[in-house]
Design a protein around this ligand. Structure first.
Ligand code: AMP
Length: 222
């Protein structure tokens, strides 16, 4: 994806806490391709939209219409020539159908979908120990990837925060939503470029496998 002129659309699919955010940030840097997290977009929007802030804090999915319009605006404006790594979108079949139509309209290829699988009992620990920089969105984990600056971001020194929706009750709700939508989404994509990765491993190993799938085996030797 890095050297090829042809844009590629990569979708990272997975439950909350499977590492989509960490992997898409890493891949974006590695490949020089932008990543688009609908969660980040919505959290930024929620800073001046109390109703949206309430929805996100409760762990509820935002309406397909709102998310699709926001993604379409962003892809049309910025990303059509380079491709994009999508983190957290699509989350429903209606969103997946919308994305296919949008990609057709923009002359972009069908997406490559990588599904990160992590055992359910590991997700709760991962999410309750997640911390994030409110300024640059860098992700840390108290257990597996603590900040070298303690309670502050290594990159810009901001005090790290816990997301409002990373509490046990809300995590369970978000996971339930995921369980309800994941099978129809897999049915939608599994006949195309669809891969499954075991996300229950060291993030570096997951990254290598991801890169191999996206860029081909030669990427690792380069
Ligand atoms: P994430 O950062 O991907 O965990 O998303 C955080 C929250 O943003 C989710 O719990 C939803 O409330 C909302 N959200 C993010 N992406 C979507 C989407 N594609 N469709 C609906 N809601 C979304």
């Amino acid at each position: 994806m890095s050297s090829a002129a042809k844009p590629q659309i990569v979708i990272l699919l997975g439950a909350p806490g499977t590492g989509k955010g960490t992997q898409s940030a890493w891949l974006s840097k590695e490949l020089g391709v932008p990543s688009l997290s609908t969660g980040e977009m919505l959290r930024a929007e929620a800073a001046h939209n109390p109703e949206l802030k309430r929805l996100l804090a409760a762990g509820s999915l935002v309406s397909d219409g709102l998310v699709c319009q926001a993604v379409a605006a962003k892809l049309r404006r910025e990303l059509s020539s380079t491709g994009v790594i999508l983190d957290g979108f699509p989350r429903t079949v209606a969103q997946a159908e919308f994305l296919d139509a949008l990609l057709d309209e923009l002359g972009l290829p069908r997406p490559l979908v990588v599904h990160l699988l992590v055992k359910e009992d590991a997700l709760l620990t991962r999410l309750t120990s997640r911390r994030q920089c409110p300024a640059c969105s860098a992700l840390y984990n108290l257990e597996t990837r603590p900040s070298r600056a303690g309670a502050f971001c290594e990159l810009d020194g901001e005090r790290l925060v816990q997301r409002e929706d990373d509490t046990e009750q809300v995590i369970r709700r978000r996971y339930e939503d995921y369980r309800q939508v994941v099978n129809p989404l897999v049915d939608f994509y599994h006949r195309g470029d669809y891969y499954v990765i075991n996300g229950d491993r060291d993030p570096g190993l997951v990254s290598s496998e991801l890169l191999e799938i996206i860029a081909g085996p030669s990427a690792l030797a380069a």
